[in-house]
Design a protein around this ligand. Structure first.
Ligand code: PLP
Ligand code: COI
Length: 360
């Protein structure tokens, strides 16, 4: 094993834990333990699984200045037989290393990523919520720790993994959200870091997200940086559009152009859509087409998808001087069918025919 295990001496009681997980929300409760693995002298060192708690950092820690910081997000689900399984963690390990390469950071061996996750989830298994739609959200991250102010890739890094019981990402639950098409800000330009899951992408999105909230919306929709007309994705989710064409149901999602995050939920839904008898397409779509297709009744639903958001319907779309509703602002049947199919596989109530689930 590459990890030393030092169990926490301050674990919460069953009653305290049960109270916390009874209404987990998203991202505000953390389990008893975390994994920390340092990188130095060109190699990953022995890691530790230990009590969750603050990290000790130097003020000159280079990630705090120049942003060499990446992260991932995936979930562990309680199964009907009491076991726990994670959803496609190998895909997250792979994307983590693609993000690392873009930020000039070292790769973490996927086997080490998996070992860290399995060990943490095993030790904190009591923290995995049982209700459908609830899960244990795993947050791996890596950042440069060099105490050095020159601008260059770090020589020292820390990989950290911790876990957070999670319910619905949006406080209102599975109700359609309202989105704001950002015309003033751009998330990612060709050649930039758009397809990496790096901290800076999220920092750069926050002013636009604040503007969206100010306009009465829940989330930003990003457009491409060059033409400023192709729909890319949302702040922390990919987008899907549902079309009815000659009695067929066609799902469309923006193609991967290098400037949007290649979501693992997105990739899974492209396959699940076909399982459910729908057609699935990856292609470009402009805002004008979005408006025209909704107005003409060709596009009947739209939804956002991601690990945290699962599948969340988009009910209303706003931009400067423009507003439209989709499916009368209601949850749509195709959106709900896909959500049920995905959650069924994740919670072990439907067959895992794609072998997406990993047993802890
Ligand atoms: N797009 C962005 C910007 C994200 O942060 C996320 C969340 O991880 C996604 C899309 C969806 O990706 P995934 O389905 O892998 O969670
Ligand atoms: C996720 O879905 O895992 C995300 O990272 C989205 C957001 C919480 C940043």
């Amino acid at each position: 094993p590459n990890l030393t295990i030092t169990p926490s001496t301050h674990r919460l009681s069953d009653a305290e834990r049960a109270k916390l997980i009874s209404n987990p929300g998203f991202g505000r409760i953390f389990t008893d333990h975390m994994v920390v693995i340092p990188y130095r002298d060109g190699a990953w060192q022995k890691g530790e699984l230990k009590a969750y708690g603050p990290l000790h950092l130097d003020p000159s820690c280079s990630a705090l200045h120049y942003g060499q910081a990446i992260f991932e997000g995936f979930k562990a689900f309680s199964q009907p037989d009491g076991s726990v399984k994670t959803f496609r963690p190998e895909a997250n390990a792979e994307r983590f290393n693609r993000s690392a390469a873009r930020l000039a950071m070292p790769a973490l061996p996927p086997a080490l990523f998996m070992e860290a996750a399995d060990a943490l989830i095993s030790l904190d298994a009591a923290w995995v919520p049982k209700a459908v739609g609830e899960s244990l959200y795993l947050r791996p991250l890596m950042f440069a720790t060099d105490p050095f102010l020159g601008v260059r890739p770090g020589n020292e890094y820390l990989f950290v993994l911790f876990a957070s019981p999670a319910g619905a990402y949006f406080p209102q639950g599975v109700k359609p959200v309202t989105v704001w098409i950002s015309e003033d800000y751009v998330r990612a330009a060709p050649g930039g870091t758009g397809e990496a899951k790096c901290a800076g992408n999220y920092a750069a999105s926050l002013a636009a997200q604040a503007q969206a909230l100010d306009k009465g919306c829940d989330q930003v929709v990003w457009l491409d940086a060059v033409h400023r007309e192709y729909i890319e994705e949302m702040g922390g989710m990919n987008l899907f559009f549902v079309y009815k064409e000659d009695g067929k149901t066609v799902l469309v999602t923006p193609e991967l152009t290098g400037t949007l995050l290649p979501g693992i939920t997105r990739r899974s839904l492209l396959e699940l859509a076909v399982d459910l008898g729908f057609e699935a397409q990856e292609r470009k779509l402009t805002v004008q087409q979005w408006r025209d297709d909704v107005a003409a009744g060709r596009m009947t639903e739209a939804f956002a998808c991601g690990t945290a958001a699962v599948i969340t319907p988009v009910g209303t779309v706003k931009a400067n001087g423009f507003e439209m509703t989709i499916n009368h602002g209601q949850n749509g049947p195709v959106t709900l069918a896909l959500r049920e199919a995905l959650l069924g596989i994740q919670h072990g109530t439907a067959a895992d025919s794609h072998h997406w689930m990993h047993t802890i």
